[in-house]
Write a protein that binds this ligand. Structure first.
Ligand code: NDP
Length: 278
């Protein structure tokens, strides 16, 4: 049986084994997928051992996504640009590194949530790993404008410089929260970890255009602090990042198995599970 794994630290609460088991049963693929805890100083040894035991591929999570980038012998363009890898495919002579987080976000927005990005004004909050992974796939959707805002302004500016060759016709700008006064956006994506600490971002309440969409990469059952704030500001269309999680997994699965699973039933199952654990 072909073996796959999620490698990270910690991994015990990960939903990835459940997601991949559901994809395998739905597409009638014979495979196993386990969560593998790697010691903080033993990521590459864990990968090597798993590969030697017949592993075909692995998803990589916190805190090893950057280390996985160096371990890969070949990188997809989106992984190279993200500077981080969440999917390794073990080939005969190569280890291919990919990053499916950003395309997972884009597919969740456009397909699952019917929120188009082309020709829209998009605001991305945050300049950490998740924002970096999202930028290239977001620019590929050809928004009218893409603005990155971060607490540490220089990090947003560095991202803008790194990704501006890929901006095409999109007006691409970067700044701090205080620069947002007077601007309106059609789609606002929170890629900060502020919701994890239940903190509210210093955003003006009037950043949302008519019928705007608010998206938080974080997810929980009770609603994140960012989404609660957006609803209070009058936003009627919003989502957390559970769909992004399922879509990035679907993209990895398609890469490994050559067949794209349907994510809708898996997402509903996870949503129910999340609600019952709250
Ligand atoms: P990082 O630690 O790499 O980056 C954190 C970012 O959040 C930085 O931009 C940081 O700003 C900002 N930040 C943190 N606290 C605050 C605050 N109190 N106020 C304002 N800004 C703040 O984290 P990641 O990029 O890896 O993750 C970001 C979020 O995305 C997390 O909630 C994570 O759970 C989620 N995520 C979801 C995924 C999914 O599949 N749904 C996949 C990956 C991530 P500064 O630079 O100033 O420190």
């Amino acid at each position: 049986m072909d073996r796959y794994a999620l490698i990270g630290n910690p991994v015990e609460h990960s939903k990835s084994p459940l997601i991949h088991a559901a994809f395998a049963s739905q597409t009638r693929q014979e495979l196993s997928y386990q969560a593998l805890l790697a010691p903080l100083d033993g990521f590459s040894d864990t990968v090597r051992m798993f590969r030697a035991e017949g592993g075909r591929g692995a998803n990589i999570t916190v805190p090893f996504k950057i280390e996985a980038c160096s371990l890969a012998t070949r990188l997809t363009e989106r992984a190279k640009l993200a500077g981080a890898v969440n999917t390794l495919t073990f080939m005969d002579d190569d280890i291919l590194g990919d990053n499916t987080d950003g395309i997972g976000l884009v597919r969740d927005l456009i397909i699952n949530l019917a929120c188009p990005l082309a020709s829209r004004h998009v605001l991305l909050l945050g300049a950490g790993g998740a924002a970096r992974g999202a930028l290239f796939p977001l620019l590929q959707t050809k928004p009218a404008s893409l603005t990155i805002v971060n607490r540490t302004v220089e990090r947003a500016q560095k991202l803008r410089s790194a990704f501006s060759p890929h901006a095409g016709q999109t007006t691409f700008t970067a700044g701090g929260f205080k620069d947002l006064g007077g601007w309106e956006f059609d789609v606002v994506i929170n890629a900060t970890s502020a919701s994890l600490q239940n903190e509210t971002l210093p955003l003006p309440g009037n950043i949302f255009a008519h019928d705007a969409f608010a998206y938080d990469m974080m997810y929980n059952a009770s609603g994140t602090s960012f989404l609660n704030w957006a609803r209070a500001a009058g936003v009627a269309r919003f989502s957390d990042g559970l769909g992004m999680l399922v879509e990035q997994a679907a993209e990895s699965f398609a890469l490994w198995r050559g067949v794209r699973p349907s994510s809708a039933s898996v997402l509903s199952k996870l949503r129910l599970q999340l609600a019952s654990h709250d």
